[in-house]
Ligand binder design. Structure first.
Ligand code: GRF
Length: 223
């Protein structure tokens, strides 16, 4: 089916390696998207450079000067909406978003989280996975709802945890998978295969309680 590429806005705070995976997918032709803008809350985010190099508009909106989270989020929402995105992608955007922001974009706002949700919501997931002694860890792409890291999962990738892992080695293994599943989830949404209804994932027209998972074997093969 021929569709126009889906207009996308990506929000970042840092390195932007997930942004890069999306840019590569767009430029390589595997992702039917048009990244209209990359917006960072930090002027020093390396991801801004990645956007510029790809000819994508790179914008900075710092929190400084705003009195409240709500005021900042209203300004951010206006910036985002100016690009008329069909999808807003959080790619390492390190701010908690207010219910008003999330509500305005619900169903069109996705995030990648470095754990197998619902395990390890919040920060420092790799350290916490090691402390908990799990043998499997991974990452999840999910629709964003006002509750933190709690929206319906679209896809997950699992990786093994080895006895000699450090947070760094584990993060590296997980991130390699992030760069596979984020473009995949974005493609499913752009193609109309994945969407959120009543805060549940609908995949190929069917409500799915369990998201499609990429197995540890697949994950290993990709390393
Ligand atoms: C990723 O590990 C992602 O899971 C988390 O923030 C990190 C962003 O990395 N939400 P990058 O900026 O995409 O390289």
């Amino acid at each position: 089916m021929n569709r126009d590429p889906m207009p996308v806005v990506v929000l970042i705070s840092g390195n932007g390696s997930n942004l890069q995976a999306l840019i590569d997918g767009q430029l390589g032709g595997s992702l039917p998207i048009d990244i209209r803008a990359v917006i960072s809350n930090r002027a020093d985010a390396y991801g801004l450079e990645r956007a510029r190099r790809a000819g994508i508009g790179a914008e900075v909106l710092e929190y400084r000067g705003y009195e409240t989270r709500e005021a900042y989020d209203a300004a951010l929402l206006a910036r985002v909406r100016a690009h008329e995105p069909g999808l807003v992608v959080l790619a390492g955007f390190m701010r908690i978003l207010s219910p008003a922001f999330v509500g305005a974009l619900e169903g069109r706002l996705i995030n990648i989280h470095p754990s197998l949700l619902p395990e390890f919501r919040g920060l420092h997931t790799h350290e916490r996975a090691l402390e908990a002694g799990v043998t499997e860890h991974g990452c999840s792409v999910h629709f964003v709802i006002p509750e933190l890291d709690a929206g319906p999962v679209i896809v997950q990738a699992r990786v093994p945890v080895y006895p000699d892992d450090t947070a760094e080695t584990l993060a590296k293994r997980v991130q390699a998978q992030e760069h596979r599943i984020y473009p995949l989830a974005v493609r499913w949404i752009a193609e109309g295969r994945a969407r959120m209804r009543d805060r549940e994932l609908v995949f190929d027209g069917q409500p799915r309680a369990t998201p499609p998972a990429i197995t540890a074997e697949d994950a290993l093969a990709a390393l």
